[in-house]
Design a protein around this ligand. Structure first.
Ligand SMILES: CC(C)(COP(=O)(O)OP(=O)(O)OC[C@H]1O[C@@H](n2cnc3c(N)ncnc32)[C@H](O)[C@@H]1OP(=O)(O)O)[C@@H](O)C(=O)NCCC(=O)NCCS
Length: 166
């Protein structure tokens, strides 16, 4: 699996996934291509495609700011789930962020109903901090989220990426 930075002209692929009920179910965010283009390249936000070794795009992983907090997110196409791709992508993003930034924590918020996402983030080693009530509105309902974080001292060292030695 590879992570590849998304180019501006590829944003429509991401927008289609984010607005596809089969992909996102009740976790859809209704982000339009215009929203994505507006935030594209802005300080703090980076979007990657998750690609198989043969180049097939099977999902995304992202880093963005919520207030001043570095936050990550991910999504994998329904027919590719359960194969460890989201766990691997999130582990790589965490390594990348701690290796390249002087930061102390990374956070993730995920719907309290999203068991697969909770499992992913717990496998990566995040700790649950608590509940964010009525955190987002989706499919006609207010939804609660769990907030998770990983601190630099809990990460300790890279799991997949390594610093290139000179
Ligand atoms: C969440 C999501 C990214 C997981 O992707 P994935 O590639 O299948 O994740 P992984 O294969 O790395 O791990 C999934 C884990 O969740 C578990 N899981 C899946 N569905 C589950 C459920 N309903 N209840 C409990 N565990 C579940 C799997 O068994 C696996 O754990 P295991 O390795 O211990 O068996 C994917 O379901 C998705 O794209 N969902 C829609 C978008 C989304 O919710 N994104 C997260 C927003 S923060």
């Amino acid at each position: 699996m590879n992570l590849k930075l998304i180019e501006k002209e590829e944003l429509h692929i991401l927008a289609d996934w984010l607005n596809d009920h089969k992909f996102m179910s009740e976790y859809e965010t209704q982000e339009t291509i215009a929203d994505l283009e507006k935030s594209f390249g802005k300080k703090g936000s980076q979007w990657f495609f998750v690609e198989k070794k043969n180049g097939t795009k099977i999902g995304w992983a992202a880093k963005y700011l919520v207030g001043k907090q570095i936050t990550i997110g991910y999504g994998i196409a329904p027919n590719e789930r359960g194969k460890g791709y989201a766990t691997e992508a999130a582990t790589i993003i965490v390594d990348y962020l701690f290796l390249t930034n002087k930061i102390f924590r990374i956070q993730v918020d995920t719907s309290t109903k999203n068991k697969a996402s909770q499992r992913v983030i717990e496998k990566v080693g995040f700790q649950k901090e608590g509940i964010i009530r009525k955190h987002f509105f989706s499919s006609g309902k207010w939804r609660d989220s769990f907030l998770y974080s990983m601190l630099r001292e809990e990460w300790k060292e890279p799991r997949i990426l390594t610093r290139k030695s000179k």
